[in-house]
Design a protein around this ligand. Structure first.
Ligand SMILES: [Zn+2]
Length: 690
């Protein structure tokens, strides 16, 4: 319909972040979003949320569940929509413009958050409701969400005096700025370092690895050369296969020095300041250390229970790693190499050892783990366990050409949510693998369906060839897909307890548990087929892979535990002095006290330990804590003799994958398993039992 006026004026362009996500699948309109849209969208969203909070806090009506807790849960939808798009892009496909906005927004968002958490009137209303909670006739989920809101506010400093609150807000702002710098620095180091090689430097590398290095060289504008980068998918295979010890040493030393290369991207001073601020914050709240503060709201509850678990596994792991080292040393000698095994030798000789002992090496297994097959296996498993179906949508909007989009439906053919897969490494992506949400499931304002994404850093296949995964890569895909299901199957009312919004030592249960289904015969027989011939993996190779399963577990466990101990020590710092922590010396003294084997370096050194700069501060142990549960939970299936037992799967769906944070995590586990988890399964799984 034409307008009334006779002049046609071009309307200002509507901000795509603020308009409704339309279309059949309600995906963000990725194609229309530009970095310039974020600043104005954040401004509008922050203003809106601020007004909503003021309306809740300033109202004169007596507090009720509906006018306070429910209203809080409904508030901030625009902000969460804008922020989720922004942070997903900032992690998976960033650029200078987004990084600048990220630095600018970090303290602003922290200030916004602090203003809510430290709002005295708001806290009064929640506190009053919390006191009357028995008389409010709440259902279980309502009561849980009220208790959580009360706890979140108290733990954010709601009970502090005015001066203390002011300091807490300052600390939050500064921490947000520092954490952003920290992760941007790591990315910069990963992007800027490269080792340029010639044909003669490639001894030991398979054709696939040579091709990958040649492509990386083309990307770097050095056609005809070969480039190794600090992306895990580039440097790790190089360390496994390069016969050039001198080059391995160079690559390894750069790899472990990310965030510690000096000058502008150095993270040591940043870390020291972060630790000092966290300690100060914990003390303001009446805790001795940040670890005490942080762990109180987890399943583990105290630093002691974390240390007990880490220590119980450390000793058998170090012993096993010692045996492994002796074997590697022996292998090197047998080859006539008169060296002492150094950290840059471990991966190289352990590949040889694996080949000699089990006759499996990565180049033999990769052809059986084409990316598409592993994705299909992960989907099929979700079908067998939970009745889900995945349909790929080739025309759906996406933020990068490599991203793939699926619609997820259930047994009844109903829409469950959307699943995005972003599998390949690129310089605009931070390292690692993760699951995230563009939108979480909830029911406070209509039936909001989840939009979940998995991000990986696999190496792309050669032109026209599939990407072939290592067994570890395949496991990572199953892991992140397990998190994805935790988001997709979420069935709760309130956004704050949706999907993966659980304690972090519980959150790795759905992901690590899912890894088990990669290795069951039903999966391997059907999906571990050769990418070119379509033939299933030979039975003998399958058997050899299985018998090699616990190979090098001493190394992996020690590498992981060392980082977990360093994280715990770092957050147990109890210094009152103003002197800044010498991060490198601190790390070294922790490792020395532990008796860290010389040939192994912690999986994450402090200057690039991204986990603990974000949500895993004093929380890196969570993987092991969850592993106690995942080993024990998978045993529930094994005990039935059927890895896909329907009855067990239904309970798993009901109490774990769909439960969000509706229940206390231990209660949820017991509801599924009928008893608390037992540690024997973990030690057995890692091959460390007695
Ligand atoms: Zn995980």
């Amino acid at each position: 319909m034409a307008g009334k006026g006779d002049k046609v004026r071009s309307k200002p362009r509507a901000n795509p972040l603020l308009s409704r996500w339309g279309g059949a699948y309600e995906l963000p309109p990725f194609g229309k979003i530009t970095p310039e849209d974020f600043r104005p969208a954040f401004a509008v969203a922050l203003k809106e949320h601020k007004a909503e909070i003021a309306r809740i806090a300033d109202q004169t009506a007596k507090p009720t569940f509906a006018n306070t807790v429910l209203a809080l849960e409904k508030a901030g939808r625009t902000l969460s929509r804008v922020a989720s798009v922004f942070y997903n892009l900032a992690g998976a496909d960033t650029n200078d413009a987004l990084q600048e906005i990220e630095r600018e927004m970090a303290p602003k968002l922290a200030a916004h958050e602090s203003a809510i958490m430290l709002n005295g009137k708001l806290f009064k209303r929640i506190e009053e409701l919390h006191e009357r909670r028995d008389a409010l006739k709440l259902d279980d989920e309502q009561r849980r969400i009220l208790e959580l809101h009360y706890k979140w506010l108290v733990r954010s400093g709601a009970k502090l005096n005015g001066k203390q609150k002011k300091r807490v807000a300052e600390i939050n702002g500064r921490l947000a700025t520092l954490a952003t710098q920290f992760s941007q620095n790591v990315l910069k180091d990963e992007q800027s370092w490269r080792m340029v090689l010639d044909e003669k430097d490639l001894d030991g590398l398979s054709n696939e690895l040579r091709d990958a290095a040649a492509r990386a060289a083309v990307d770097a504008g050095l056609p005809g050369k070969y480039v190794i980068t600090l992306s895990r998918s580039s440097v790790e295979p190089f360390l496994q296969f390069s016969a050039r010890r001198d080059l391995r040493e160079q690559a390894f030393n750069a790899w472990i020095r990310r965030g510690e290369m000096g000058e502008k991207t150095d993270n040591r001073a940043i870390t020291a300041e972060i630790i000092a601020l966290r300690t100060e914050f914990a003390k303001l709240l009446g805790y001795q250390t940040y670890a005490d503060y942080s762990l109180e709201s987890t399943m583990a509850k105290t630093p002691d229970s974390v240390r007990d678990l880490l220590t119980a596994v450390w000793e058998p792991a170090v012993k096993r790693a010692g045996d492994e080292r002796d074997a590697l040393q022996e292998r090197a000698r047998a080859e006539g190499s008169n060296i002492e095994i150094a950290p840059w030798d471990w991966r190289y000789y352990s590949e040889k050892e694996r080949k000699a002992r089990f006759d499996v090496d990565e180049s033999a297994t990769r052809p059986y783990f084409a990316l598409d097959n592993v994705i299909a296996a992960a989907f099929d498993t979700a079908g067998k366990l939970f009745g889900l179906k995945f349909k790929e949508l080739k025309d759906a909007p996406r933020y990068h050409d490599d991203v793939r989009v699926w619609e997820v439906t259930n047994r009844r053919g109903e829409h469950v949510g959307m699943f995005l897969g972003d599998y390949f490494a690129r310089p605009s992506k931070r390292s690692g693998a993760w699951m995230s949400a563009f939108r979480s499931q909830s029911r406070v304002a209509g039936d909001v369906r989840p939009i979940i994404v998995n991000v990986m850093n696999f190496a792309k296949g050669e032109e026209g060839q599939p990407s072939l995964l290592s067994l570890d890569d395949a496991r990572t895909l199953f892991h992140e897909f397990g998190h994805g299901l935790h988001g997709l199957l979420s069935d709760v009312t309130y956004p704050s307890i949706s999907g993966t919004a659980v304690t972090r030592d519980f959150v790795e249960l759905p992901s690590q548990l899912y890894e088990h289904w990669l290795m069951v015969p039903e999966t391997l027989e059907k999906y571990a087929t050769h990418h070119a011939t379509g033939k299933p993996m030979p039975k003998a190779l399958l058997k050899r892979i299985k018998s090699a399963r616990n190979f090098n577990q001493g190394f992996s466990t020690v590498e992981y535990l060392a980082s977990a101990f360093v994280d715990m020590d770092l957050h147990a710092v109890d210094a009152e002095s103003n002197e800044m922590l010498d991060v490198a010396a601190f790390e070294e003294s922790t490792l020395q006290r532990l008796g860290m084997p010389n040939e192994i370096v912690a999986r994450h050194r402090i200057p690039h330990f991204l986990h603990i700069m974000g949500g895993y501060a004093a929380g890196y142990y969570s993987y092991l804590w969850s592993e106690v549960m995942d080993a024990d939970a998978f045993a529930a299936f094994e005990e039935t003799g059927n890895a896909f037992d329907r009855k067990t799967a239904n309970k798993l769906h009901k109490f774990i994958y769909s439960g969000g944070n509706r229940r206390d995590p231990l209660e949820a586990y017991v509801a599924f398993r009928g008893r608390p988890p037992e540690i024997t399964g973990l030690l057995k799984k890692r091959g460390l039992a007695g």
